[in-house]
Design a protein around this ligand. Structure first.
Ligand SMILES: O=C1O[C@H](COP(=O)(O)O)[C@@H](O)[C@H](O)[C@H]1O
Length: 235
């Protein structure tokens, strides 16, 4: 793993453009099947809208999510719903290539088991091979408390090394149950990109970049790691 890159953009719009360019370049680097693992929350929405304008080989791209809130697919809190509206409804990705975390199940544990099965089937193996990353790009968010995906500070899920997907309790708003990929799976990628914006994130970003022990600082991807932030987040 190389040292992380930190790129600071003047504002949220420039950050959105920079991150969309980064993801588009990574997609074009791969002439075969491309796998993107996206994130939810509020930060990536503008970037998804920019990405939707890119003439990419969408028919070769598969979309996954790093975590989901355990709410129905049509709920405004759904990470997949936000991504669909900002990006996926506007580009010709085949429906069969869109892999949301299922939430119409008996509970987050069943959702996690089903998504783990789906990821293993896509990957073609039960065990991750360090020389064969699952994803081309993993996009990560960071909460004000330092969580990433739905891996919250102090949660037992932070130490999970065998399961690919687990159920989780929320550490902050919105207080709905979660389903999250675990560190080994989020780390199985060619490129990992954190997107952080806004003054509300500044205190935590400083701690995480200094290497303090928060979930976002624990992510050690196999491939390159970049932090794309706006000036407000480093204020
Ligand atoms: O709850 C979540 O929060 C994080 C951060 O979201 P943001 O609103 O602060 O951008 C997000 O990455 C995650 O996917 C989501 O479930």
């Amino acid at each position: 793993m190389e040292a992380a890159e930190l790129k600071i953009f003047p504002d949220k719009d420039a950050l959105a453009r920079g991150a969309a360019d980064f993801i588009a370049a990574r997609v074009l680097d791969n002439p075969g099947r491309v796998a993107l693992c996206l994130t939810g929350g509020s930060t990536p929405e503008g970037m998804y809208k920019v990405l939707a304008t890119k003439p990419l080989p969408w028919e070769r791209i598969h979309i996954f999510w790093g975590d989901e809130r355990f709410v129905p697919a049509g709920d405004p809190l759904s990470n997949a719903r936000m991504t669909m509206r900002a990006l996926l409804d506007k580009v010709p990705v085949p429906d069969a290539h869109i892999h949301p975390i299922p939430t119409e199940t008996s509970g987050p544990e069943e959702s996690a088991a089903l998504y783990e099965k789906a990821l293993k089937s896509f990957y073609g193996a039960e065990v991750l091979d360090p020389s064969k990353p699952l994803f081309d790009v993993v996009l990560n968010g960071m909460g004000d408390d330092g969580h990433t995906a739905s891996l919250f500070p102090g949660a037992p899920q932070l130490n999970e090394r065998l399961r690919w997907v687990v159920a989780a309790e929320p550490g902050m708003e919105p207080r709905v149950k979660r389903v999250t990929l675990t560190f080994p799976v989020l780390e199985s990628c060619r490129s990992s990109l954190f997107l952080v914006a806004g003054a509300g994130k500044a205190a935590m970003l400083k701690k995480v970049l200094a290497g303090e022990d928060f979930p976002a600082a624990r992510l050690k991807p196999r491939g390159d790691l970049s932090w794309f932030v706006d000036t407000a987040a480093v204020s």
